[in-house]
Design a protein around this ligand. Structure first.
Ligand code: ACO
Length: 428
């Protein structure tokens, strides 16, 4: 398009600059030429928390936060959640297109082959305290995989990248299930490769003395839908961590561990755990208005509400709300659902939340489903991390292959002492 330029006048010097726009954005480096003295550093952008900075070009996930749209590789999330399996969606996110039958069979066989963990990983996990938080165990165990696969550091080798991507996706579920069993003091269950990926995960979680675990198909499908919904979400906090750490060319295991650490925080993936704690604190439907008043008075946040990008209903929350019905048909209703529904009703009709465009996000209902399925609260963020690993790895692969990417290294505006005279210890 013609005239895709910006004219900037620097009122300090009176000079005018014409800057070419790039895909509707300003390249920050083009601002560097704007200076008052020739030996000056040049103009920078100040953008704490990256509120208005695109850090990359990506073709994986599209979000329109105002319209409540989420698409992976061009496909609406609603369609994928209804029609696809977890591995079919994972193939799409990683490779750009939906697989045909033989591609999916091959991908499934590859993932299935790599679900086993080295026995020493199991031994390492046995060393955790009985009540260790599963996210702490997950971060450490995924990082430890780096020591078992030292060739993973060859991140510029496409065959190695592919193998480690498959390994990571396959082993995340096994490690997650071991974390769960560890907290319960139950022996770890080895993968059963005659089951599909979600059913196998359920077997590793819940198998007891029976010779073969029989997964409930409704719960297996609900879990699969939740996994599809959580697979990728463009440049969120943990994906940004994945790209930033990966940009130093660290191997994908330690890089994924960094992303898991970012996900752990209560403002990100840790929110679903906080939602359940909040519902416990509210206790009953009658207490909802008083709780909302407390939030409006600035005492805490409504967990599972609000989003940096969505200023409308999070499309994932809508699908999860529907999936909840199917799950509760099997497990019986989670009594916390009534409190959550009332909380949503009160908040969505309240001026405070309307004005700030605060709607339920993906975490508002996911915890209620997970709890009804029998998961402990601490496991919720782990359940988020399993499918999100697919997104992290797709973004990592994209970053490694992007010729414009370099080691991520922001600038700062220095606000400290300029130059100080050293004072010896006895004179301080
Ligand atoms: N409850 C009450 N008020 C809120 C909430 C909330 N959950 N979220 C935002 N606000 C208010 C803020 O206090 C602020 O009000 P002000 O303008 O009067 O100061 C305004 O809304 C804007 O909030 P910001 O903090 O600027 O929004 P930001 O985009 O930085 O934060 C975030 C997004 C972190 C998700 C925030 O909404 C939040 O803390 N939500 C609760 C935690 C949560 O559910 N996280 C999960 C997000 S989804 C995910 O990571 C998978």
């Amino acid at each position: 398009m013609e005239n895709e330029t910006l004219t900037i006048t620097d009122n300090r010097t009176g000079k005018t600059y014409t800057v070419q726009l790039f895909k509707g954005a300003v390249r920050s480096m083009d601002l560097r030429q704007i200076k008052t003295e020739t030996d000056e550093f040049g103009l920078m952008c100040y953008d704490p928390a990256f509120m208005n900075t695109a850090s990359c070009q990506s073709s994986i996930t599209y979000i329109d936060g105002d319209k409540g749209i989420l698409r992976y590789r061009g496909y609406p999330i609603e369609v994928l959640a209804e029609k696809c399996s977890f591995l079919e969606t994972a193939y799409l996110v990683l490779n750009g297109d939906l697989p045909n039958k033989s591609q999916l069979d091959e991908f499934t066989a590859e993932i299935t082959r790599h679900t086993m963990l080295h026995e020493n990983t199991k031994k390492l996990m046995e060393g955790f305290h009985y009540d260790a938080h599963p996210m702490g165990m997950l971060v450490s165990s995924v990082a430890a995989l780096s020591t078992f696969y030292p060739e993973a550091k060859n991140v510029h080798d496409p065959a190695i990248r592919h193998l480690e991507t498959i390994r990571l996706i396959a082993k995340m579920a096994t490690i997650a299930a071991h974390c769960y069993r560890h907290n319960l003091g139950m022996p770890y269950v080895y993968p059963d490769n005659s089951l599909n990926d979600t059913e196998n995960f359920m077997s590793m979680l819940w198998k007891r003395a029976e010779p073969k675990y029989e997964p409930n198909p409704v719960l297996a499908r609900a879990l699969e839908i939740l996994f599809i919904l959580h697979m990728d979400h463009e440049q969120n906090c943990s994906t940004n961590a994945m790209r930033a750490v990966g940009s130093s060319l660290a191997d994908p295991y330690v890089t994924t561990a960094a992303a898991i650490a970012a996900l752990y925080g209560p403002l990100h993936g840790g929110a679903n755990e906080q939602v359940l704690r909040m519902l416990d604190e509210i206790g009953s439907v009658e207490n909802v208005p008083a709780f909302v008043d407390k939030i409006k008075a600035g005492k805490g946040r409504l967990m599972g509400f609000g989003h940096r990008v969505y200023k409308n209903y999070d499309p994932r929350a809508k699908i999860i709300k529907q999936a909840a019905e199917a799950v509760f048909g099997v497990t019986g209703k989670n009594p916390k659902l009534e409190i959550a529904l009332e909380l949503e009703r009160v908040a969505l009709s309240d001026e405070y939340f309307i004005k700030r465009k605060l709607y339920p996000n993906v975490d508002f209902y996911s915890g209620i489903i997970y709890q009804a399925m029998g998961f402990t609260t601490e496991m919720f963020t782990v359940l988020f991390a399993i499918p999100r690993a697919v997104g992290w790895l797709a973004q990592w692969q994209e970053m490694i292959q992007d010729p414009e990417q370099k080691i991520a290294r922001p600038r700062q505006i220095f606000t400290g002492h300029w130059l100080r005279d050293f004072v010896p210890m006895e004179k301080r």
